[in-house]
Design a protein around this ligand. Structure first.
Ligand SMILES: C[S@@+](CC[C@H](N)C(=O)[O-])C[C@H]1O[C@@H](n2cnc3c(N)ncnc32)[C@H](O)[C@@H]1O
Ligand SMILES: Nc1nc2[nH]cc(C(=O)O)c2c(=O)[nH]1
Ligand code: SF4
Ligand SMILES: [Mg+2]
Length: 235
């Protein structure tokens, strides 16, 4: 079954969340059921980008053509990869190659192939995104993935977002939890200014975190790839 693909790139490092620093290839799918105000990948859903419909076998071929033998891990992101049933086959083919597979999704649409993923990041959206969380759906995800390597990652822009994250962590205390700095300017090419702003936001987030009495087992991380490469695509 075909998958609409926006870009395939790597090897690079996973710049976010539970496996930050892991060398990985990326497959970025097209389309999203959300429209977050601050989405750093709007081109996957706002009509400004072009996708190509690809068979899973062709994606494997392209991964090998681009990455050679210099990787053992593939991250599927988007958009929302969970829009696409064809990813089941892609995951199987990656596993046959001996590669591990990670997925990034906002936990709004369930697919049975999610249970086969090695590193699953669920990233529910805080108030600043303009989206609202269906907690019944999220409960279903967490229940289905209770034996999987799953984590929650919340991007925080302000105090309301932090309060949302606190509430979420208290709802699922056993799930590894990551806070992530929000990038407010996803268009700028002034990397010096961007990095200064991001580090200031990271410090602000650490400040919320260390003062909270309910986030003691939570990890607070920057978006590493934006610190290294700014808003550049395909890294
Ligand atoms: C582009 S999304 C694609 C996967 C999926 N749609 C999701 O949101 O989880 C990948 C990750 O980037 C995060 N993200 C998007 N825009 C961001 C921004 N401006 N600053 C920081 N993180 C951002 C999302 O919250 C998500 O965790
Ligand atoms: N290096 C790097 N790490 C990432 N982690 C999550 C990403 C994403 O856009 O989903 C991403 C990305 O685009 N690049
Ligand atoms: S859910 Fe993810 S891809 Fe979709 S709009 Fe939000 S951040 Fe962007
Ligand atoms: Mg990204």
């Amino acid at each position: 079954m075909r998958i609409p693909v926006m870009e395939i790139f790597g090897p690079t490092i996973q710049g976010e969340g539970m496996v930050m620093g892991q060398k990985t290839m990326f497959v970025r799918t097209a389309g999203c059921d959300y429209s977050c105000s601050w989405c750093d990948s709007k081109f996957t859903w706002d009509g400004t980008g072009t996708s190509t419909s690809k068979q899973p076998e062709d994606i494997i071929e392209e991964l090998i053509r681009i990455g050679g033998k210099a990787f053992s891990h593939v991250t599927i992101s988007g958009g929302n990869p969970a829009l696409h049933k064809g990813i089941a086959e892609l995951v199987d083919l990656c596993h046959q190659q001996g590669w591990k597979v990670a997925v990034e999704t906002q936990a709004s649409i369930w697919q049975d192939w999610l249970a086969a993923i090695d590193d699953i990041t669920l990233s529910p959206k805080p108030p600043s995104s303009g989206m609202s969380t269906d907690f019944a759906k999220l409960d279903f995800f967490i229940d289905k993935l209770q034996n999987a390597n799953v984590s929650l990652k919340v991007v925080v822009f302000d105090q309301d977002d932090f309060a949302y994250a606190e509430n979420l962590h208290q709802r699922y205390p056993a799930v590894p939890f990551f806070l992530q700095t929000g990038n407010e300017d996803t268009a700028t090419t002034d990397d010096t200014q961007l990095v200064a702003d991001l580090l200031q936001r990271y410090e602000q987030l650490i400040d919320y975190h260390v003062r909270s009495s309910v986030m003691n087992d939570v990890k607070v991380l920057p978006q590493l790839h934006t610190l290294v490469w700014g808003n550049k695509r395909g890294v």
